[in-house]
Design a protein around this ligand. Structure first.
Ligand code: COA
Length: 177
């Protein structure tokens, strides 16, 4: 497996294997990477995309999370597909790659949000060292259906944070470096 930053010529392949339709989510993530506000990681096996995750360097899109943990980047949009590929270590590898990049860029923490209903993903993150912060928020996003109708969604989530490298001094709200 190879994990690397998304390239412009990956977008057609990503869309073919994980169609986002009119939402154009891969394009949006690539665009943010081009602007420098994120790193869009993609995982590949035999030239087929099998997963992705976006490190948003400015932190969580929810302002209440950003204000509580300023300076903490967020790993967003983590997914492995097709479902038969899940539970074989790809998600763990993408998370590991994101953590390495975050450390290289001088970050001491990485955060991620997990949906209240996503028990299995939460268990994985806790196992990998992400810690409860008690911070709850609504993850707001939208998708555009095949008829071009925009749907706004707000999923109740909680924010987890992992201290990276040797920064085991816990999470200091308003004081993340
Ligand atoms: C959540 C998600 C990203 C995790 O990625 P993943 O590749 O399935 O995760 P991993 O394989 O690294 O680890 C998960 C499981 O596989 C097991 N595992 C890890 N490596 C393994 C290996 N080499 N062989 C067999 N099992 C393995 C882990 O113990 C873990 O156990 P679990 O099934 O009880 O949870 C993925 O399952 C997914 O896309 N789910 C749907 C979308 C989603 O929920 N995204 C997260 C939003 S917060």
């Amino acid at each position: 497996m190879i994990i690397r930053e998304c390239r412009e010529d990956d977008l057609v392949t990503l869309e073919r294997h994980l169609p986002s339709g009119r939402t154009r989510i891969h394009e949006a993530r690539f665009h943010r990477q081009q602007q420098g506000s994120s790193t869009f990681l993609t995982a590949w096996i035999d030239d087929v995309p099998v997963g992705h995750g976006e490190i948003r360097w400015g932190g969580c899109a929810a302002v209440e999370v950003r204000e509580r943990f300023p300076g903490c980047p967020e790993l967003n949009g983590l997914a492995v597909w097709p479902p038969e590929r899940q539970s074989s270590g790809i998600g763990t590898a993408v998370i590991g790659a994101a953590e390495s990049i975050a450390v290289r860029r001088g970050n001491r923490h990485l955060g991620l949000g997990v949906d209240d209903h996503n028990v299995r993903a939460a268990a994985l993150y806790l196992r990998l060292g992400y810690e409860e912060t008690g911070c709850r928020y609504l993850d707001r996003y939208h998708y555009v259906d095949d008829q071009g109708v925009r749907h706004d969604v707000a999923d109740p989530c909680r924010f987890l944070i992992k201290p990276l490298g040797d920064s085991r001094d816990g999470v200091v709200e308003h004081g993340l470096e």
